[in-house]
Write a protein that binds this ligand. Structure first.
Ligand code: GCW
Length: 677
């Protein structure tokens, strides 16, 4: 194993400088002969070679010891720590008598412990540190790629990708040099991610073949991810038995179909013994599924679960199922209800190795949605929550939009009220999944500051209780290595000033009060208030001259509020209690309705849109002040500056279109007399 370094690609949160504290010291590694232990040794050797430290041989003095608890003769610092079970990925970290010690039960824990020391930097080698136990809160921490092999005529190489092409495939073939994939695996491991699905959930013809005659490509990718403890998963097409197996059916009850999946899966494991499993989008937006055969989603998922079970694999079955050919005239059909209506009745029917993967909100990755009620409705099913790191609806990596505060709200949401379990506890055995924002761009994520979202995803999946601002601070420290001097302080303060509140800023200048969408149909960038209003997609705001919003109450609307347990079924139902930020998601109200904040809905729309666009301009001004003072690389500074110009332009466009639209509909002027068109 050699540590991957890729020329001409930004090192993200693992620049060589981030390894100085470890690399300048004497490090003892007491591990086994496993590949992951080899990775830890290689990392230590690489850091030491760069920064003048040394890999200590047994018997030699050392400042840091990384040891497997099973590793026979433990040095006293590590032996003293032995105690609680750490599990397959956990580790203990402590410092006594001038020695920092990481102890793990298994090599993966050692690797995560190593990166924990990297994050701490010099602080890991100061004073005394009482033993801390670290274990991931969630079993599986997974990134889904929506990468295609062929360039799709509409969606391109990566569906909803805003960072160039795929790091896996280009124009129909796997990249010849996969060093970049190894480097990506390393970045992910440093955040705690342990699973990656490599291809788009919309599985087109060439990508379907990854399961069979193109399996060697998946195996090649798995070989790059493996040294960093990441298992590879594959999105599969439900109709594969027809398309690839020559059968005339994909019916999950048909023995030939079941046998085909069993055989095919066996071959996958013969090639990739640690293969993670399948991801499936079925009966959704035109993808095939069990409905064609009169079967339900449990039937479909269980068939694949049964094929995977003998090999220890799992199927992630997505709950993103709704009617995308809705009649906009029909106000009784509510897309928000769909996932619950399809899946809640199936609770208890899914196999142990079937995980139902639920988008965090009931619609589709909007800037603000209530947390999906499906998460509360399936106590006897393993559930995973799906987030979108790629910023499809949150600025497409042209806008600064730090999403960890939103994710943290979702993970901390308590369906059954205070003192009851939070979402993060409900999904313990299922995990957290997100659509990756990475491409072959020089900065990995298009917008260099969007790296922070990828970083924060991994950290929150490991520990959902972490504070998003603290995570950002950690990311700044690793990525920019700011000094303790005035310049370093200024850089930190600037990035916090730009990013801490950027999700709320984005919310202010886009669709108001949780109503959602209002984006340009198709590519989903920029404002188009009525763009989806008369389409079959089920995403409407119902604005007229009197008011706006979707009535999802039980009393007079679609009844969606009834999908929540108490207290939320009542809070959301009640116009008086519904939180402002979700008001238009749950209620249709007159423009003069007074919010908890004390202003009317129409005035709130004007105020937030003027404020949001102003804040975007302030974010740009903060960045401009860093120009030329040597605190950030000039090329990176220039890239961000250009993107900020676009963000400010776009925010003004949003402000003017939304304000003008609602002024023209309502006829109510802005109380402060600002310019509306
Ligand atoms: O958000 C929507 C996207 C689609 C995507 C779909 C999904 C992969 O617009 O591009 O398809 O969600 O999550 O399946």
């Amino acid at each position: 194993m050699t540590v991957p370094h890729v020329d001409d690609v930004h090192p993200a949160w693992l620049p060589p400088e981030a390894f100085r504290a470890i690399g300048a010291r004497r490090v003892l590694v007491l591990a086994d002969g496993s590949p992951l232990s080899g990775t830890v040794r290689a990392e230590v050797a690489d850091a030491c070679a760069r920064h003048g430290g040394a890999v200590a041989a047994p018997g030699e003095p050392y400042d840091l010891v990384l040891a497997l608890a099973s590793g026979g003769s433990l040095p006293p610092e590590a032996a003293a720590l032995k105690g609680p079970e750490l599990g397959p990925e956990g580790f203990l970290l402590a410092r006594t008598g001038g020695v920092t010690a990481v102890l793990a039960d298994a090599p993966a824990g050692l690797l995560y412990g190593f990166f924990a020391v990297v994050r701490l930097g010099e602080a890991a080698f100061e004073g005394e540190r009482p033993a801390e136990t670290h274990r991931p809160a969630l079993e599986r921490r997974m990134l889904d790629h929506w990468d295609n092999i062929d360039v799709h005529p509409v969606m391109g190489q990566v569906e909803r990708g805003y960072s160039g092409g795929s790091i896996f495939w280009r124009d129909g073939v796997l990249h010849e040099d996969l060093t970049r994939v190894r480097a990506y695996a390393r970045l992910l491991a440093a955040t705690g991610v342990n699973a990656v699905a490599v291809n788009n959930v919309n599985v087109h013809a060439p990508e379907a073949r990854l399961l069979t005659d193109r399996l060697d490509e998946v195996a090649a990718l798995a070989a790059e991810f493996r040294p960093y403890g990441i298992r590879v998963h594959l999105s599969v097409n439900f109709a594969s038995p027809i398309a690839l197996g020559g059968l005339e059916t994909a019916d999950p009850a048909d023995e030939r179909v079941r046998a085909w999946w069993a055989r095919t899966t066996e071959r996958v494991y013969a090639a990739i013994p640690d293969f993670g499993g399948y991801v499936v989008k079925a009966d959704s937006e035109g993808q095939p599924g069990p409905f064609a055969y009169g079967r339900d989603h449990a039937d479909g998922a269980n068939m694949l679960a049964d094929a995977l079970a003998p090999h220890g694999g799992v199927v992630h079955w997505r709950a993103f199922v709704y009617n995308h050919r809705q009649d906009w005239r029909d106000r009784s059909t509510d897309r928000a209800r769909a996932a619950y209506d399809h899946f809640a009745p199936l609770d208890g029917r899914f196999r142990d190795n079937a995980i139902v993967q639920v988008k965090y909100g009931p619609i589709d990755f909007q800037t603000r949605e209530p947390v999906s009620p499906v998460i509360a409705a399936m106590p006897d099913t393993r559930l995973a929550v799906e987030l979108q790191v790629t910023q499809e609806y949150t600025g497409q990596q042209r806008h600064v939009c730090y999403l960890a505060p939103m994710w943290s709200e979702v993970l901390g949401f308590r369906f059954w009220g205070e003192g009851e379990p939070a979402v993060a506890e409900v999904i313990k055995s299922g995990g957290l999944v997100a659509v990756s924002n990475v491409g072959d761009d020089r900065y990995w994520t298009g917008h260099p500051l969007a790296q922070a979202n990828l970083y924060a995803f991994g950290r929150l999946a490991w520990d959902p209780g972490l504070d998003p601002v603290a995570i950002l601070d950690e990311w700044i420290g690793l990525t920019f290595v700011p000094g303790d001097d005035e310049g370093g302080e200024r850089l930190r303060a600037t990035l916090h000033g730009m990013m801490d509140g950027s999700w709320r800023t984005y919310e202010r200048y886009t669709a108001p009060l949780g109503v959602g969408f209002m984006v340009r149909p198709g590519h989903h960038y920029g404002p188009d208030v009525d763009g989806y209003e008369y389409t079959p997609w089920g995403t409407y705001h119902f604005a007229d001259r009197d008011g706006v919003g979707v009535d999802r109450t039980r009393a007079t609307g679609t009844g969606y509020t009834g999908q929540y347990p108490k207290p939320w079924s009542e809070v959301y139902e009640s116009l008086a209690e519904c939180p402002d930020e979700l008001l238009l998601f749950f209620h249709h109200v007159p423009y003069g309705h007074v919010l908890h904040s004390g202003v009317t809905v129409i005035q709130h729309i004007y105020d937030t849109h003027f404020a949001g666009a102003e804040e975007a301009a302030e974010i740009r001004a903060l960045w401009a002040k860093l120009e030329g003072d040597g605190l950030v690389d000039p090329a990176l500074h220039a890239r961000v500056r250009e993107l900020l110009d676009e963000q400010v332009r776009s925010a003004e466009e949003w402000r003017d279109q939304i304000n003008s639209y609602f002024y023209r509909k309502s006829g109510v002027p802005d109380a402060r007399g600002r310019t509306i068109y």
